[in-house]
Each structure stands twice: as structure tokens, then as C-alpha cells.
Design a protein around this ligand. Structure first.
Ligand code: NAD
Length: 377
């Protein structure tokens, strides 16, 4: 019987786990033996007892899990030292940050570990159920709004009371991908007035359908890649965008930036000139802070206050802000990926590289880097 192991995440900021009790049971039903490291689910409120009840075995330390595993599911990329005990031929599924982790990819190949990078799962309809970037970005978009709401000194909805009328808070969302759309929807639900902008013109309709206003900036030719990701802007386009953004920022109580460029550093969109024009006490949440930041001066895991009283939040691991649900979604993505490629007869993972989902996300296999994008780098 093949064994799957989910270790305890070692990164201090990580709150999520790669397995939930519900998926442990489903993996078992596929015909896998399921091993979970002691305490792996504690930060997301899943106890060892719940995993045991779901049919998993608890192992005391990572080393003994690695020594037995045929499949490893984990959230964060592994440290080189953590790969020491992983057996050759093991399937390792996690976020890998492959564009920035050349040495890690070489190491995985040399150790003959088959590594799947969750970031590289194609954004196709068929792969949606395994799309961990989306499941986590969705929760991060929600958390950005609740985090801002918690820090604000005014409420979000309009209130008409005998004591007077409170006007609704104004939110401005920059970048309307998965996180941005959820941020818009959440702010609207809480009663805020919402504006949004994205360089991809196709987004305008989606913004409007959520009841928000699309801020129009004529940047000339723009577009998106065949995977739906934004193309990089020229310096002139970025400057024009900054000027228009400044106006929308100046009237906002909360600005949330989510603008990312797949595999590259995030664009700097709001510089000090823009920040100076913002309202004192207004809040900026930079969701791109971990990939370079959309806001000048934002710092990972910190709150920076500007001279004019703008509070810039650079949350670390916002995806894991609500770890109970984030773990549930992520664990489901892992399960769906394994189930999709499961050979029920052989009771084993079937490396069907003809399948565009697997060829899209399998980075190393049989001692080689097999992904076209990372070969020969
Ligand atoms: P992302 O996290 O890479 O970027 C977030 C948003 O920032 C994007 O909408 C992008 O256009 C925008 N952006 C980039 N540079 C900008 C700038 N200078 N100014 C303003 N905005 C800027 O994106 P994502 O959330 O991963 O989504 C990427 C695309 O993939 C979207 O089109 C999304 O709808 C699509 N998608 C499709 C599927 C599917 O079909 N299964 C699943 C998920 C996402």
C-alpha cells in the first residue's frame, strides 16, 4: 500500500496544513495509507485525534514520515535539509516558487524526487478544483478587507440614525484577479462603496457585476497572457497609471493592492507622491508585499505609518489568516490533484504526462528537470 505523508509546516509564519481530517479520510478511501506528523493541524484547529478518527496515523517526527512516504503533501517549499530523508522516487507536492528556486529544483532532480509545483497548475476549467493559488487568493482577498475593517476608525456601511447619518467607507481595490474580486465582494457585502482598477480591460464587466465602479485609465495597448495573467506595463504606462490611481487613492478610506505578475516581481504602483495625497488615518493593505510590493515602503509583516498618518499593512501569509478554512481548501486541492491522477487498479499515482495539467505542474521526475519552462536554466 502506498503511503502519503503530511509533515508539520516548519516556516514560523505558516498556519496552514496540507491535510485536513476530511481529506485524510478520502485519501484513505482511495487506497492510501495516510501519515500525519504530530501537531500538523494544530494551528488550523485540527487535532491529532481528528486525523486518527479519519483513519490516519500520527508520526512523531518528520524524519520517520519521510522515511516511509511515497507521496508527500506540504504547503511550503522544503528546506534543502528537509529533503535529506526523502526517498528517491517520492512524489512531492507543494508550493515551490520555481521561478526563484533554481537550486532547490536542481536538488529535487538530483535526489530523484518528482516535484509538483502548485503554482504551475494551469488556470483551466478542468484544473479549477486543484487550483491552490485561487483557493488561497480568494481567502486572502476576504482577509484583506476584514483586517482593514478591524483597523479602521470608521464603519463600513452607511447608517442613517436619529443621531445623524454616517457615510459609507470608500474602498479602492487595485488588481482584480481572484483576490481582488473577493475583496470587492466582501467590502460590498459589508456596505462599503467600492472602486477598482486592473490593467486587463476584460475585468471591467466583472467589477461592475459586483456592484463596484471600474476606474478607467487609458493606458493604450494592454492585455493578458493566454493563461489570463497581466502583461508587464512600460514605464510610461506605469507613470500614467500612478497619476490616475492617485486621484482614486486620495478619496479612499482603504486601498487594497493585489497586483501581481506571475513569476516576476510585483509592479510598484503607489509611490510616496501618491501616499502623500491620501487621507490621514486611511489604510493601505499591500497583498503583493511578499513578492516585492505594490506600495513604496510596505514591509512584510509590519505596519508602517507615513508622516501624514497613512497606515500601510504588509501582511505576511494573508492566505493563512483564517487557517481553518484555508487548510480545508488547500487540502481539498491536494486531494483533487491526487485523485485526478489516481490509478484505481494499481492503487498508485499515474504520471500521465500527456495530460496538460500534469505536464504543466510537474517540475522534476526521474532525476531530471522535466518542465519545459525550467529545463536548461
Ligand atoms: P495575479 O495574482 O497574478 O494578479 C492579480 C491581478 O493584478 C490581476 O488581475 C492582474 O491583471 C492585476 N495586475 C497586474 N499588474 C497590474 C498593474 N500594474 N495595475 C493593476 N493591476 C495589475 O492574478 P490571479 O488572481 O492569479 O488571476 C490571474 C488570471 O487568471 C485572472 O484572469 C483570473 O481570472 C484567471 N484565473 C482563471 C482561472 C480558471 O480559469 N480556472 C482560475 C484562476 C484565475
Amino acid at each position: 500500500m502506498k503511503r502519503l505523508f503530511a509533515p508539520l509546516e516548519t516556516h514560523p509564519a505558516e498556519t496552514r496544513a496540507a491535510i485536513a481530517p476530511t481529506t485524510a479520510k478520502k485519501l484513505k478511501d482511495l487506497g492510501l495509507e495516510v501519515l500525519v506528523q504530530k501537531g500538523a493541524g494544530l494551528k488550523s484547529d485540527y487535532t491529532d485525534a481528528e486525523y486518527i478518527e479519519a483513519g490516519a496515523q500520527i508520526v512523531d517526527d518528520a524524519a520517520s514520515g519521510y522515511a516511509q512516504a511515497d507521496i508527500i503533501t506540504r504547503v511550503r517549499k522544503p528546506e534543502a535539509s528537509e529533503l535529506e530523508g526523502v526517498r528517491p522516487g517520492t512524489l512531492h507536492i507543494s508550493f515551490l516558487d520555481p521561478f526563484n528556486e533554481k537550486a532547490l529544483i536542481d536538488d529535487l532532480a538530483q535526489r530523484n524526487i518528482a516535484a509538483v509545483s502548485l503554482e504551475m497548475i494551469p488556470r483551466s476549467t478542468l484544473a479549477q478544483k486543484m487550483d491552490a493559488l485561487s483557493s488561497q487568493a480568494n481567502l486572502a482577498g476576504y482577509a484583506a478587507v476584514t483586517m482593514a475593517a478591524d483597523r479602521m476608525r470608521k464603519i463600513l456601511p452607511m447608517m442613517m440614525t436619529p443621531s445623524g447619518t454616517i457615510s459609507p467607507a470608500r474602498f479602492f481595490i487595485i488588481g482584480v484577479g481572484v483576490a481582488g474580486l473577493q475583496a470587492i465582494a466582501t467590502a460590498k457585502r459589508l456596505g462599503a462603496r467600492v472602486e477598482a482598477f486592473d490593467t486587463r480591460p476584460v475585468v471591467e464587466e466583472q467589477v461592475k457585476s459586483l456592484g463596484a465602479k471600474f476606474v478607467k485609465v487609458d493606458l493604450g495597448e494592454m492585455g493578458q497572457t493566454d493563461q489570463g495573467y497581466a502583461k508587464e506595463l512600460t514605464p510610461e504606462q506605469l507613470e500614467k497609471q500612478r497619476l490616475e490611481m492617485a486621484k482614486a487613492c486620495a478619496r479612499a478610506d482603504v486601498v487594497i493592492t493585489t497586483a501581481k505578475l506571475f513569476g516576476r516581481k510585483a509592479p510598484l504602483i503607489l509611490n510616496n507622491e501618491v501616499l502623500k495625497q491620501m487621507l490621514p488615518g486611511s489604510i493601505l493593505v499591500d497583498l503583493a508585499v511578499e513578492s516585492g510590493g505594490n506600495v513604496e515602503g510596505s514591509k512584510v509583516g509590519e505596519e508602517v505609518v507615513t508622516d501624514n498618518g497613512v497606515r500601510i499593512l504588509g501582511p505576511e501569509n494573508l492566505e493563512g489568516y483564517y487557517p481553518k478554512d484555508a487548510t480545508l481548501m488547500l487540502a481539498s486541492n491536494f486531494y483533487n490533484l491526487i485523485e485526478h491522477f489516481w490509478d484505481a487498479e494499481a492503487k498508485d499515482f499515474n504520471y500521465n504526462t500527456e495530460d496538460e495539467i500534469l505536464s504543466g505542474c510537474l517540475i522534476t521526475k526521474d532525476g531530471q528537470i522535466v518542465h519545459e519552462r525550467f529545463k536548461g536554466e
